[in-house]
Design a protein around this ligand. Structure first.
Ligand SMILES: NC(=O)c1ccc[n+]([C@@H]2O[C@H](COP(=O)([O-])OP(=O)(O)OC[C@H]3O[C@@H](n4cnc5c(N)ncnc54)[C@H](O)[C@@H]3O)[C@@H](O)[C@H]2O)c1
Length: 391
């Protein structure tokens, strides 16, 4: 699903082309061929890497394969990489990946599409302009449809997906880190598999997908964030609502789910909406943020995959023109943004990209800590570098 969304969006990027695709599934290969008829089709990663016709790699395989594939690619090539979230699913892979990235001379970008949704960009702009005053509280509500079916059902079990709070909620933990100008230090979560997939059996096993949860996250700067997840709520008008509160105002960003899921009988699909509610003078100011129709049709994520590819393409082009490490002056937007709010001893790993491997790992570690909190019923303290937690 996501691989095809990437192919469709890459085809909209001037100067980019899909040269080769590796996928072991023959039905998926046929779909890939229909989408990208000129691409070299391969069964394995080895076959893909055997030819010298690639400038950058994109990984959109099942979650549990990301770490192993990354470690293998990092050993064998110096190519820039865009890897789908979550960057890994096992805690033991976190440090292995940090060590491997340290040796890799090219950009590694983790796909965090939510950052690039037009309404989220506007929301971020409002916060940067100080609309709320000091940001004190941030809540992210996701009310959506159950997990879709995947090739070989890899998303039915935590051991393959990493668990719901890693699998999909790493997007939201990434947004919390992006929007709040300090780092997470503690998480308490409660959740369970209560309604979805309970009648399904895979070799006799019942899926263990958490379908509803709350997670509360404390930040070192005194801010607090909360995630509310419900995966039996596809009847909602908006799929996500992000709410920021500070002493001056409340700002809400409402984001619709995939347009293709909006019922035809209800008319036009809802448009993303930003609502700013100052305290003085009181009263909400609503702005709708339409997304280009062609971009909506190219994916399920409000056009964000396209905008992310534009930026990844620019990072790759810049890297080819001037390899990372040879430029000491060029700063990307992320290096000047709140994202690098720590004096981070590992920041060299950012390699000039907006969503670095470290960002991807920190979002996953926060998700793993939240899953651990659910399992133990205890709040979990995070390490100061955000790459580990008390277990
Ligand atoms: N960023 C987002 O918003 C977003 C949304 C959906 C999915 N994703 C991520 O994209 C990835 C793929 O998810 P999906 O929904 O497309 O799943 P999917 O099951 O639809 O697709 C996975 C594809 O990987 C192929 N595959 C399996 N083993 C492989 C291997 N060894 N080498 C190459 N390909 C292999 C499968 O045949 C299949 O075509 C996951 O990591 C998922 O978390 C991200």
């Amino acid at each position: 699903m996501m691989g095809k969304e990437h192919i469709r969006n890459l085809q909209l990027i001037d100067g980019a082309s899909v040269t080769a695709i590796a996928d072991p599934d023959s039905a998926m290969q046929a779909e890939n061929k229909a989408l990208a008829p000129h691409a070299r089709l391969c069964n394995t990663l080895d076959e893909l890497l055997a030819a010298n016709d690639i400038d950058a790699l994109l990984i959109a395989s099942p979650n549990f394969q990301h770490a192993e594939q990354l470690l293998s690619i990092l050993q064998r090539t110096k190519l820039p990489i865009l890897v789908e979230k979550p960057i890994c699913t096992q805690f033991d892979d976190v440090q292995l990946l940090v060590d491997a990235f340290e040796q890799h001379p090219s950009p590694v970008w983790v796909a965090m599409e939510y950052r690039y949704m037009p309404p989220v960009q506007k929301f971020r702009e409002a916060l940067s302009n100080g609309v709320t005053g000091k940001l004190q509280m941030l809540s992210i509500i996701e009310h959506r449809f159950p997990f879709l079916e995947k090739v070989d059902d890899w998303n039915r079990f935590n051991r393959f997906s990493g668990g719901t709070l890693v699998e999909k909620c790493c997007h939201y933990f990434d947004l919390m880190r992006l929007l709040i100008p300090s780092e997470p230090c503690r998480v308490f979560a409660s959740g369970a598999a209560d309604h979805n997939h309970q009648t399904e059996r895979y070799e006799g096993e019942v899926p263990d997908i958490i379908d509803n949860a709350y997670a509360i996250v404390d930040f070192t700067g005194g801010q607090r964030a909360m995630l509310e997840l419900c995966m039996f709520a596809e009847g909602s008008r908006y799929q996500e609502s992000i709410v920021a509160l500070g002493p001056k105002a409340k700002v809400v960003c409402d984001i619709p789910g995939p347009t293709r899921f909006w019922p035809d009988n209800l008319g036009a699909a809802p448009e993303p909406r930003l609502t700013i509610s100052p305290r003085h003078p009181a009263g909400p100011i609503e702005t709708f943020i339409p997304v280009d129709k062609e971009l909506l049709e190219a994916g399920d994520h409000n056009g964000s995959t396209f905008f992310q590819h534009q930026l990844f393409f620019a990072a790759v082009a810049e890297h080819i023109a001037q390899p990372v490490g040879q430029s000491s002056t060029t700063k990307t937007r992320s290096e000047t943004s709140s994202q690098t709010k720590l004096t981070d001893p590992l920041s060299a790993l950012n390699r000039g990209v907006e969503v670095s491997a470290l960002d991807g790992l920190r979002a996953v570690v926060l998700g793993m800590a939240a899953q651990h909190s659910i399992a133990t019923g205890q709040a979990v303290e995070l390490s100061s570098n955000g790459l580990s937690f008390e277990r």
